[in-house]
Design a protein around this ligand. Structure first.
Ligand SMILES: Cc1cc2nc3c(=O)[nH]c(=O)nc-3n(C[C@H](O)[C@H](O)[C@H](O)COP(=O)(O)OP(=O)(O)OC[C@H]3O[C@@H](n4cnc5c(N)ncnc54)[C@H](O)[C@@H]3O)c2cc1C
Length: 520
């Protein structure tokens, strides 16, 4: 997947694309894969890097959502559990089962959560990941050795899926590119084309690397811009009513010693009525999340102090060792594109919506990472009707995602190489060269070869693209990531043909960004 080839595909096409997608997160990339797999022609433009928005900032769970079960949203849970099963089937290198334990400190919790989680198992049907069961006090401590034993009565274990969100996104992009889609990062949509009757029939975009203005004619334009949905709709109709309410969620990342073992902790009811997870991820422990309504979306949202304190305090209640601010290796923040409604954001719908503006602009928003495939199917079905496109059945239920490897990663849990799936071999071969085999930081497993791979095959354009989304260094350890910026910039410069000035600017910009991922 090379950017110059993608720009060539965009420039050289003379006739309109069947579908042009604005937004390169889970939703837009899902639409691109679905459309391309049906044999439709599709172009996608992303303002920043693929996954720069919410889709790299999730809790990393492929789940039905135990919480939505509590809210009684059975159809959402069932649909998400089915999608969880399909995703593990189609991307076994990226999705693996994870055991979650709900610890019980009151007598009523074991029967209450035990029954709820049995229902969760039941709703998964043939897509189940493993039966939940009650645990004795000893079994609970065996699985979660760091748990506070005082007053602990036992626990309930259940199973869900875990993944690497931005890695899946890159592999979805590669899947769509293999199927003929044209995908451009660093190309914000700046406006729409219209036909004589005023209907939207294409997108104007700006290649921010070359300064070239792009005109992308299309039969249907899909707006998949997450929390930026309304901004993009207003480029077409300044009066468009708001569809989306952004709600912020943060995560704190600690050393793995805070959790120990391979099991995640699930706190089913925090003081603000949410759930809190502490999850093993890429050799670290990730704790989150929060749900704070925010007025306006931003590209790089910042954590509120109260959110940091809330997670430290809530997680601290469950562990023998209290996590402190100085233990936080990274904090990352995401904005949920919740569909607008009344009341608290934690109660707003997690379902997706498809909206058609008077101009024919098709918007898809809401939903979850887990349900991206189903959302895309629904969206492309609508696009086919609306744009009178050739009728073709959805083909993604059994479509292997780029990197598919039957063995998956479930057995060895080698998450570092495992997430590359079938590409791992080629990157490992590059790493046989002593320069490319060098580790970039002693605390993280990433090698120089991965930077070169990201530049050559995965359209990484900046130090941030590499350290935040192709590797997860920035999300795991902000200080280590900052120390990696210089070697990464030099490797990238050699691949992309940039000079010293570019290297210094990249290092400066990345250091400023990394500051926001530190907790002081
Ligand atoms: C804290 C948190 C935890 C979550 N945890 C989970 C989880 O564990 N499991 C799960 O299933 N779901 C989870 N979710 C939900 C999931 O992450 C989101 O539903 C999903 O990522 C939304 O994807 P999206 O593509 O709609 O939005 P985004 O990923 O935000 O993508 C929209 C893209 O549009 C681009 N864009 C904006 N304007 C323009 C323009 N003018 N031109 C071109 N591009 C533009 C943006 O740059 C952005 O990349 C979580 C969400 C949050 C916030």
């Amino acid at each position: 997947m090379r950017r110059d080839e993608m720009m060539r595909r965009l420039r050289e096409r003379k006739e309109p694309w069947d579908i042009a997608v604005v937004g390169g997160g889970a939703t837009g990339m899902g639409v691109a894969v679905d459309a391309a797999a049906r044999g439709l022609s599709v172009a996608l433009v992303e303002a920043h890097d693929f996954g720069k928005g919410t889709s790299s900032r999730s809790t990393k769970l492929v789940h039905g959502g135990v919480r939505y079960l509590e809210q009684g949203n059975i159809p959402l849970v069932m649909s998400a559990l089915k999608e969880r099963g399909l995703l593990r089937q189609n991307a076994p290198h990226l999705v693996h089962d994870l055991a979650f334990v709900v610890p019980n400190y009151s007598w009523w919790e074991a029967p209450f959560y035990g029954i709820g989680l049995k229902l969760y198992d039941m709703l998964a049907g043939k897509y189940g990941f493993g039966p939940s069961r009650r645990l004795s006090r000893e079994e609970t401590l065996d699985r979660l050795p760091a748990l506070d034993p005082e007053g602990l009565l036992g626990g309930v274990v259940y199973y869900d899926g875990q993944f690497d969100d931005s890695r899946l996104l890159i592999h979805l992009a590669m899947t769509a590119a293999d199927l003929g889609a044209a995908l451009a990062n660093y190309c914000p949509a700046t406006g729409f084309l219209r036909d004589a009757d005023g209907y939207v029939n294409g997108v104007r975009a700006l290649d921010t690397e070359s300064g070239e203005e792009l005109t992308i004619p299309a039969r249907i334009v899909v707006n998949a811009t997450g929390v930026f949905t309304d901004q993009v709709r207003r480029m077409e109709n300044a009066e468009a009513e708001e569809l989306v309410s952004p709600s912020q969620g943060i995560h704190l990342v600690f050393d793995r010693s805070f959790l120990r073992g391979e099991t995640a902790l699930m706190v089913p009811r925090t003081s603000d009525g949410r759930v809190l997870f502490v999850i093993p991820w890429h050799g670290h422990a990730l704790a989150g999340t929060t749900d704070t309504p925010v007025e306006a979306p931003s590209v790089e949202p910042r954590p509120f102090e109260s959110e940091i304190e809330f997670i430290l305090e809530t997680a601290g209640r469950y562990f023998t060792r209290q996590p402190k601010r100085r233990d936080v290796r990274a904090v990352y923040v995401g904005l949920r594109p919740l569909v607008k409604g009344e009341g608290k954001s934690s109660a707003l719908s997690r379902d997706h919506v498809i909206h058609v503006d008077g101009s024919g602009l098709l918007t898809i928003t809401g939903g979850k990472w887990t349900t991206y495939r189903h959302m895309a199917e629904d969206c492309v079905d609508h696009a086919i009707t609306l744009g009178r496109l050739p009728d073709a059945e959805c083909a993604t239920k059994n479509l292997h995602i780029h990197g598919y490897r039957e063995e998956g990663i479930a057995d060895d849990r080698d998450e570092h190489w495992g997430v590359y799936g079938s590409d791992a071999e080629a990157i490992r071969a590059m790493a046989a060269d002593p320069v490319l085999g060098a580790r970039l930081h002693p605390l993280l497993p990433y090698l120089a070869a991965e930077v070169v791979w990201a530049a050559r095959e995965e359209m990484a354009r900046t130090v941030e693209d590499v350290l935040a989304r192709r590797m997860r260094a920035l999300f795991l350890n902000a200080i280590a990531a900052e120390m990696m910026a210089e070697p990464v910039a030099s490797l990238l410069a050699a691949e992309l043909g940039r000079g010293e000035e570019w290297v210094s600017k990249q290092v400066r910009e990345f250091s400023a960004l990394a500051e926001q991922y530190k907790v002081k």
